[in-house]
Design a protein around this ligand. Structure first.
Ligand code: PMP
Length: 283
């Protein structure tokens, strides 16, 4: 496996960053998780735009143009002979001192790792995920906007550990108001009484690229869509629930906190949206 670091490719075992990199010391950096289908990155521009927005928000100057990063991502796919892949694009603050001062950091580093897909196991697409609510809440937007896809994922990791302890591979995270925000690495949707619902950005979520694609697909199919605050009660009593993410695509969730959602099986609306989504990824 060849890994791109700031203009050069390194073998997996030689791809290293300094222990003084503030990405390592403080989680001071940003990232994107993208998918390539048949050699082409899905919604590449949207991922780059989100990366640049994250960078702007944390005063991080990406030392390359968007076009150069796009090309580097494509080259990483080619060098590794990958057509269908998961791509991790990372920008760290670069090497600094043991202090917090970001101004003492040298050039930010751009790192690209492309690997074989790491989807949820197939059985979960067939029978659906059982999830629980984590007691760890999603980052409060007053602390750090969840729109910033930062290297600081510790609260999501804590939530995922809680899920693991409950025997679940994904968990629902609430915001400080007690509303449903999203899952540890996926956005959440429900379908109820003929309407597709998902929480708004203000609920403290990362606005997923997959979420956006699903909303567009639903709207162009003439489906009623509502972006509004969502409670756990709404999810318990929904007809269907599913999660979205670049790695997962669309995956059904059939149980939350022991309550069976709908029929307890992947629902027809989700399955239809997944089919349409996959058709788009093939285009
Ligand atoms: N929420 C969080 C917290 C995430 O980390 C991700 C990406 N893994 C998502 C939602 C889904 O975003 P996308 O569809 O852009 O992958």
């Amino acid at each position: 496996m060849q890994i791109y670091i700031s203009g050069q490719f390194f073998d997996k075992n030689d791809a290293k960053v300094s222990v003084f990199d503030h990405g390592f010391l403080y989680g001071d950096g940003i990232f994107e998780g993208m998918r390539a289908y048949n050699g082409k990155v899905f919604r590449h521009q949207q991922h780059l735009d989100r990366l640049w927005d994250s960078a702007k928000s944390i005063f991080l100057e990406i030392p390359m143009t968007k076009e150069a990063v796009e090309q580097a991502v494509n080259e990483t796919l080619q060098v590794n002979n990958l057509k269908d892949a998961y791509i991790r694009l990372i920008v760290t603050r670069g090497n600094g001192t043991l202090g917090l001062d970001a101004h003492l950091c040298s050039e930010p580093k751009v790192i690209i790792i492309a690997a074989e897909l790491a989807l949820y196991p197939k059985e979960y697409y067939e029978k659906g995920l059982e999830i629980v609510t984590a007691s760890t809440i999603r980052t409060n937007p007053g602390m750090l906007s969840p729109q910033v896809k930062s290297l600081n994922y510790l609260n999501n990791i804590m939530a995922k550990i809680e899920g693991h302890q409950a025997g679940c591979i994904e968990v629902l995270m609430l915001n400080a108001k007690g509303e449903a925000a999203e899952c540890s690495g996926d956005n959440i949707f429900i379908y109820k009484n003929g309407t597709l619902h998902t929480p708004p950005a203000e609920a403290g979520i990362l606005e997923g690229i997959t979420r956006r694609a699903v909303l567009e697909i639903a709207e162009s199919a003439g489906m009623k869509v509502k972006i509004a605050p969502m409670t756990r009660h709404d999810i318990y009593t929904a007809d269907e629930c599913f999660l979205t993410g670049s790695a997962a695509e669309l995956i059904p969730a059939v149980k939350l906190d022991g309550r069976i959602i709908g029929t307890g099986k992947p629902g027809p609306v989700m399955q239809d949206l997944l089919k349409k989504f996959q058709a788009e990824t093939k285009r």
